[in-house]
Design a protein around this ligand. Structure first.
Ligand SMILES: Cc1cc2nc3c(=O)[nH]c(=O)nc-3n(C[C@H](O)[C@H](O)[C@H](O)COP(=O)(O)OP(=O)(O)OC[C@H]3O[C@@H](n4cnc5c(N)ncnc54)[C@H](O)[C@@H]3O)c2cc1C
Length: 420
């Protein structure tokens, strides 16, 4: 059986790996010059390890990542540790990553702290998310965690992640956010790219072929694939619509209703540590900032792997028509710098290098009752055509773990069918 996989992100590569392992002829087409999609990396010449274009780590609940790493015999390269997470509010950095730091957080009153703690603990153990998609995250948090908790902790996150659409985000999104996160974060020795490389190496060993710099503009262009072959598309919704002629109207309408927001981050290579208190993840909970988070990667991973450089991501999520997507990196840095100075007023910005990465399709915007009304099926109405996207991991929020899961499930489905 011939299978065409469109996209060499985690879902496409995982599917191609399992299919090629079972002896299918797999052809992966990737429009970019590199593998990995949103989870891809880059590496400077003087670095020993590669670095993700967007901040990436794993949670201890990421079962699919752990299993795949084991299968690919690189589980010994995956390590976990507990870096420091903090929030920036009213001009100060507050540690916010364990019960003690939450209890001593002075911006919330005791009642809201207690409610936040109890409700978080409940969400951690509650397996039932479906009832939660009937109410908004905003209503849920305001009601059960308190106004203070909503305004200080969660509103800034919801607003910066979903912009004006934050009012419609279902509480099921909030459930997954609390449930699946762990204090302990995982990373691969050498960078997460080693998981991508290992998948690609196995695909090639199994005689699968990967074509980089190959954008599929129309699925009909895959003319050496006949009707009984399978096609698995992993491109974002808008792209899938564009490249797939002949989709029935009802299915198309569902796709058109799916909403996405873009992301953009600068990666700064600094001479010195920026977050001197060793914070790895700093959420910005202050109104008016042009970015949502400052992530000092080298407060998680030793800078010695990057030639001693201190690497800091600064970025956020922006509507797809945001002016930032048309701006030069120098101009964005100019806008961000005054705000970085508010976080660390004494910092001497000796920036040896900086890069800008952006993607218009970075974060799905789920709506109420998403599972009932909004999600188009993975098996499309066109025979032998499968499609997954970041939307399909709902109720979970996007993540490498879920991309791997989708890729494996589509491969299993194809393998099962060809056995019959
Ligand atoms: C800012 C940010 C931070 C994140 N942090 C984390 C994290 O800490 N931990 C975590 O687990 N996950 C994280 N994620 C999510 C994770 O990166 C994604 O969920 C995952 O990489 C998605 O993989 P995918 O294969 O589904 O999609 P993608 O990575 O989007 O892959 C799709 C691929 O298809 C290609 N393509 C598209 N159109 C075409 C075409 N016409 N022809 C050929 N190729 C095409 C694209 O170039 C791309 O390579 C983060 C994402 C972002 C944006």
């Amino acid at each position: 059986m011939k299978v065409a996989v469109i996209g060499a992100g985690f879902s496409g590569l995982t599917a191609a790996y399992y299919l090629s392992q079972k002896g299918h002829s797999v052809f992966v087409f990737e429009k970019e010059s590199e593998l990995g999609g949103l989870g891809g990396s880059f590496k400077n010449n003087n670095w020993e390890w590669s670095l993700e274009r967007y901040y990436h780590h794993f949670f201890s609940s990421d079962k699919e990542v752990l299993e795949l790493a084991k299968e690919l015999e690189i589980e010994n390269k995956l390590f976990f540790k507990i870096p420091k997470s903090s929030i920036f509010v009213d001009g100060n950095i507050y540690r916010f990553d364990n019960p003690r730091s939450v209890l001593s957080f002075s911006k919330l009153n005791l009642a809201d702290k207690v409610k936040t703690g109890i409700v978080s603990a409940f969400l951690k153990i509650n397996p039932f998310w479906k009832p939660l998609e009937k109410i908004t995250a905003e209503k849920f948090i305001r009601t059960f965690m308190g106004e203070g908790s909503f305004n200080t902790l969660w509103k800034p996150l919801l607003e910066s992640k979903f912009g004006g659409d934050y009012h419609q985000i279902p509480a099921s999104w909030f459930w997954t956010r609390v449930k699946k996160r762990s204090f302990s974060l995982g990373y691969f020795e050498g960078g997460n790219q080693i998981l991508i490389n290992k998948l690609a190496e196995n695909i090639k060993n199994n005689k699968g072929r990967i074509f980089l710099n190959t954008e599929i503009k129309n699925l009909n262009d895959l003319n050496h694939f006949n009707n009984s072959d399978k096609i698995f598309v992993t491109a974002p919704a808008q792209v899938f619509l564009k490249i797939t002629p002949d989709l029935p109207e009802s299915y198309k309408n569902k796709i058109q209703n799916l909403k996405m927001i873009g992301c953009l981050n600068l990666v700064l290579s600094l001479k010195d540590k920026f977050l001197a208190d060793n914070t790895y993840w700093l959420n910005i909970n202050e109104p008016g900032f042009p970015f949502i988070a400052v992530v000092e990667h080298t407060n998680f991973i030793d800078p010695k792997h990057y030639g001693g450089e201190h690497l800091v991501y600064v970025g956020g999520y922006y509507p797809q028509n945001h002016r930032y997507f048309k701006m030069k990196k120098e101009d964005i840095l100019k806008e961000f710098l005054p705000y970085l100075k508010k976080i660390n007023p004494n910092f001497k910005f000796q920036i040896s290098n900086f890069k800008l990465f952006s993607d218009l399709y970075a974060q799905p915007i789920p709506t109420l009752n998403y599972s009932q009304t909004s999600l188009p099926s993975i098996k499309t109405p066109i025979p032998n055509l499968f499609w997954t996207s970041l939307h399909h991991v709902y109720p979970y929020d996007r993540g490498v773990n879920y991309a791997i899961k989708l890729g494996r499930e589509v491969a299993d489905d194809i393998i099962k069918k060809t056995k019959k």
